[in-house]
Write a protein that binds this ligand. Structure first.
Ligand code: HEC
Ligand code: HEC
Length: 299
């Protein structure tokens, strides 16, 4: 029996070297391929949009955001129904805490009988368990919108109130100002007057012409009276927003306890609901003259 050639596969030193290299290289290639494969599944899996611009921006967004509103942007008022649903229904839908229930004519009748102005006043300032403005701030809902909500509730509860008049466009500033002066924030009358006053102001021709320096003192009282008639009387004639009323000695005596320079300062730079220079662009001298004119009328 001839021995079958029993050959080891490796016969030459060259083959030995090739075998050793293959012995290392094959696992290395397999490992590389595996690594690529594993990595690939990660990329196409759950984390795909983890790093998208939008989701990164959402994750690093600051916790608090400032919502900037343009005070001059035309304001879009909510309807009475919208305000009612968003705010007032919390109590008035079910009659919580003794609130007059929506639709209950018997409960609303005695309240409606008080008149719209009283209702508005009570809703704005609060009454018993009813929080002022239903717990909202004047920035969220204007007096006008609260008024609309009252009319909506009352008229769905047997009342026949008239829809309140929409404030003049320029009145937004006055509404904000009345919020700043708590004493002035109440009262439908104040607000409609303020709206009217501010609307009147918008029509005032802005007096920029400064009086000639020499003629100033002689003309001061004239200029003061003129400016008062043009601008200041919009509020000071009737005492709108609690402005000290023209000719009201008691109201002015209170104010004049402070040094005259302070009083001028208030007129020039504003105080509470009083706008700087009454909202005009009159010269400082004219504004002071208008103060003098008002002060002399209250002595
Ligand atoms: C937290 C509960 C609550 C919310 C919210 C609320 N009210 Fe009231 N409201 C009451 C209660 C309680 C009364 C009864 C007060 C009383 O007569 O003592 C009342 C009474 C009223 C009255 C009658 C006042 C009067 O002169 O008798 C009006 C008007 C009114 N609410 C309007 C509103 C409006 C408008 C809103 C939403 C902007 C609102 N309420 C939100 C609890 C609430
Ligand atoms: C939009 C309404 C409005 C107009 C217009 C207005 N005022 Fe006033 N004024 C007020 C209010 C409200 C107060 C009370 C402010 C307070 O005490 O919080 C006031 C207060 C004053 C005071 C007293 C300040 C103090 O407490 O000593 C003077 C002075 C004054 N105004 C001068 C003027 C002059 C001058 C003009 C015209 C150039 C003018 N006002 C126009 C609303 C107005």
């Amino acid at each position: 029996m001839s021995e079958a050639p029993h050959g080891a596969p490796i016969k030459t030193p060259g083959q030995l070297i090739a075998a050793i290299i293959a012995g290392f290289a094959v696992p290395v290639v397999i490992i590389i391929l595996l690594a690529v494969y594993v990595n690939n599944t990660t990329r196409t899996g759950a984390g795909t949009d983890m790093f998208s611009d939008a989701s990164v921006a959402a994750r690093i967004a600051p916790v608090a955001q400032v919502d900037i509103r343009d005070a001059n942007a035309p304001r879009v008022y909510k309807t009475g129904e919208q305000v009612y649903k968003a705010v007032c229904s919390a109590c008035h839908a079910a009659g919580t805490a003794g609130a007059p229930k929506f639709g209950d004519a018997g409960l609303w009748a005695p309240r409606i009988a008080e008149g719209y102005d009283t209702l508005l006043h009570n809703a704005l300032t609060g009454k018993g368990a009813m929080p002022a403005r239903g717990g909202t701030s004047p920035d969220d809902y204007s007096d006008f919108e609260i008024g609309r909500a009252i009319v909506y509730m009352a008229n769905n509860s047997g009342g026949k109130l008239e829809e309140p008049a929409q404030p003049a466009p320029g009145a937004a500033a006055a509404a904000a100002a009345s919020g700043a002066a708590p004493a002035a924030a109440s009262g439908a009358q104040d607000n409609s007057q303020a709206a009217a006053a501010v609307a009147a102001l918008a029509a005032v021709p802005q007096t920029t012409a400064a009086p000639a320096a020499g003629a100033q003192s002689a003309d001061a009282s004239q200029a003061g009276k003129a400016l008062y008639t043009q601008v200041c009387q919009a509020c000071h004639a009737a005492g709108v927003l609690n402005a000290p009323k023209f000719g009201d000695k008691a109201a002015w005596a209170e104010r004049l306890k402070e040094p005259m320079d302070t009083v001028y300062g208030y007129a020039l730079h504003g105080k509470g609901a009083m706008p700087p220079k009454g909202g005009s662009t009159a010269s400082d001298a004219d504004v002071k003259a208008a103060v003098d004119y008002m002060v002399s009328a209250a002595k």
